[in-house]
Design a protein around this ligand. Structure first.
Ligand SMILES: [Zn+2]
Ligand SMILES: [Zn+2]
Length: 97
């Protein structure tokens, strides 16, 4: 899967049974919604994203234009497939680090 930010090939990584894709270039992280839910013990779901407008980037899974959203005060880029965090942002809402 390619990083939506810079197009680099992302590396799949499994930590505590949670599967994430990490970009070696920008340290961005992609999570499928199911994985995020598991990473947060179901505290965070896709229904909590507040829509903030269109993203300029495309979803690495389906290729559709992603949306910008506010998720627990973190701005993420999301699609129905999952969501993309910039470097370090994922630590603000999940146990994953
Ligand atoms: Zn990247
Ligand atoms: Zn998608």
């Amino acid at each position: 899967m390619k990083c939506p930010k810079d197009g680099c090939e992302m590396k799949e990584k499994t930590e505590d049974d949670i599967k994430v894709d990490e970009c070696p270039e920008c340290d961005g992280v992609w999570l499928d919604w199911g994985e995020l839910q598991r990473a947060t013990d179901n505290r965070v779901t896709e229904y909590e994203v507040n829509y903030r407008g269109k993203s300029g980037r495309n979803c690495p899974r389906c290729g559709n234009r992603m949306r910008k959203g506010d998720l627990h005060s973190v701005i993420v880029e999301e699609c129905e497939c999952g969501l993309f965090f910039d470097k370090g942002e994922i630590r603000q809402i999940t146990i994953y680090s």
